[in-house]
Design a binder for this molecule. Structure first.
Ligand code: FAD
Ligand code: UDP
Length: 393
């Protein structure tokens, strides 16, 4: 990337020399992909405004200077997709390593494989079931909710895995994660996780998976490395909007309600808090992610980042970095991580989205702008779609 600028007084003179600039607000994966396509494919001048001190949004990673370990600043990010188009696109900017995501979970002091597979079921019940025996074994405890369409996350989970596994692995984790009873949450949240009746313990089903060999920071540098892209860090759109001409086209990946000064009220989110620690040992927990299923443990998971890069020298360096993830209530001004996709918020969001869509030259996108719980591949797919429908010459 050309050196990013932090001096926003340079924005006004730059805008004067740009022809038909597009302002991209936010340099997460959505904004960076749109910026790359606009500059490289459409030949447009692009100005990226990023309020943080780095590009990459929540997918950002960097090398910890003390240990040489690549750390994901906003929680573990594993690239995974089924989409050949998305994989082909991202492969132009990053080679992925061979990492395939596996997660373990601790429940009542014992460690099991997550998501729920035959490995989990047999270990939990002390059985040696075959795949064909699982349905019959769980039938008594799943049947209560199997007939009707599940009304909430609890009913959906119990219909898939039964009461005992639900109580051991899902109820406590979900209540901590979302700060509410799983009966008050939509069923689709749990369908992110596969349930398997075999010994496949992969977290994702996707064929394409891995971590960028050079880290996410480098991936974003490459996406934004174009003479027509000018990136401003530490620059909040609201601090510079007066110098942006009314005629400029704007791709908005920030929060939709903030853009309209919260005139209809606040959209609600769930937040997170991260606690970091370094240790002078080679391997502290033996795996990249350990979940904690019990409700009385305040964190949901612990990340040990070196396990994402077994190919790097830091893997055997005798030092490690871990990060505990604590779910947190959200209030305006806090970092927004997960949308609370209930009826109230969806209706409110539609009001904001409709009004922004009527502003000539404005395009709403990204997980904040779309108020969506998207993985990176979905954000890339949506960014490519926006480019193709709104900008491609
Ligand atoms: P973001 O990454 O949030 O980027 C938005 C950017 O806009 C930010 O940099 C923000 O600072 C900037 N911005 C906002 N408002 C303004 C403003 N007013 N002015 C200037 N800049 C502004 N996905 C996966 O595929 N795999 C995973 O393993 C995975 N793990 C995750 C773990 C956690 C804990 C979370 C919360 C998400 C995870 N995701 C994962 C999802 C992933 O983070 C998102 O798909 C991705 O961040 C979406 O990118 P984005 O560009 O839409 O948004
Ligand atoms: N979940 C759970 N136990 C686990 C892991 C996940 O109950 O050990 C539930 C929880 O409700 C969570 C959802 O499954 O919100 C989706 O999990 P995922 O790991 O996809 O969440 P993310 O990584 O996006 O936070």
């Amino acid at each position: 990337m050309g050196t990013p600028l932090s001096d926003s007084s340079l924005l006004a003179p730059l805008l004067e020399v740009c022809r038909r600039p597009v302002i991209v607000v936010g340099s997460g994966i959505f904004g960076s992909v749109v910026a790359e396509r606009l500059a490289a494919d459409a030949g447009r001048d692009v100005i990226v405004l990023e309020k943080r001190s780095h590009v990459g949004g929540n997918s950002y990673s960097e090398t910890d200077p003390e240990t040489g370990i690549e750390v994901h600043r906003y929680g573990s990010h594993i690239f995974h997709t089924k989409s050949e188009k998305v994989f082909a696109y991202i492969s132009r900017f990053a080679r992925l390593n061979a990492y395939r995501h596996k997660v373990l979970t601790t429940s009542s002091g014992r460690v099991y494989a997550m998501p729920i597979s035959l490995m989990t079921i047999n270990a939990f019940f002390g059985k040696n079931l075959r795949p064909s025996e699982v349905d019959a074994f769980l039938a008594d405890s799943t049947e209560k909710y199997r007939a009707a369409e599940p009304a909430n996350l609890e009913e959906k989970a119990v219909s898939l895995i039964g009461e005992d596994l639900y109580r051991a692995f899902i109820r406590g984790y979900t209540a901590k994660q979302w700060g509410r009873d799983p009966k008050e949450l939509p069923a689709e949240i749990i369908t992110r996780l596969p349930v398997r009746h075999n010994y496949n313990t992969d977290y994702f089903n996707d064929p394409y998976q891995g971590i960028p060999l050079e880290g996410y920071g480098k991936l974003f540098e490459k996406l934004l490395d174009h003479p027509k892209i000018h990136t401003f860090l530490n620059t909040d759109y609201f601090d510079v909007r007066d110098v942006i001409p009314d005629s400029a086209e704007i791709v908005w990946t920030g929060m939709a309600d903030r853009l309209l000064d919260y005139k209809y009220g606040h959209l609600e989110w769930r937040s997170l808090r991260f606690e970091w620690e370094r240790f002078d040992v080679e391997d502290r927990q033996g795996t990249a992610v350990m979940n904690y299923a019990d409700e009385d443990v305040p964190w949901t998971r612990i990340h040990e980042f070196k396990h994402y890069h077994p190919e790097r020298p830091a893997f055997t360096s005798g030092k490690t970095v871990l990060c505990k993830e604590f779910p947190a209530a959200w209030k305006p001004g806090d970092e927004a991580y997960y949308p609370i996709n209930n009826g109230r918020n969806r209706k409110l969001y539609e009001k904001y989205a409709d009004e922004i869509a009527r502003r000539p030259g404005w395009h709403l996108g990204g997980r904040l702008g779309a108020y969506q719980y998207w993985d990176m591949d979905k954000a890339i797919e949506k960014a490519l779609e926006l480019y193709e429908s709104a900008f491609r010459p």
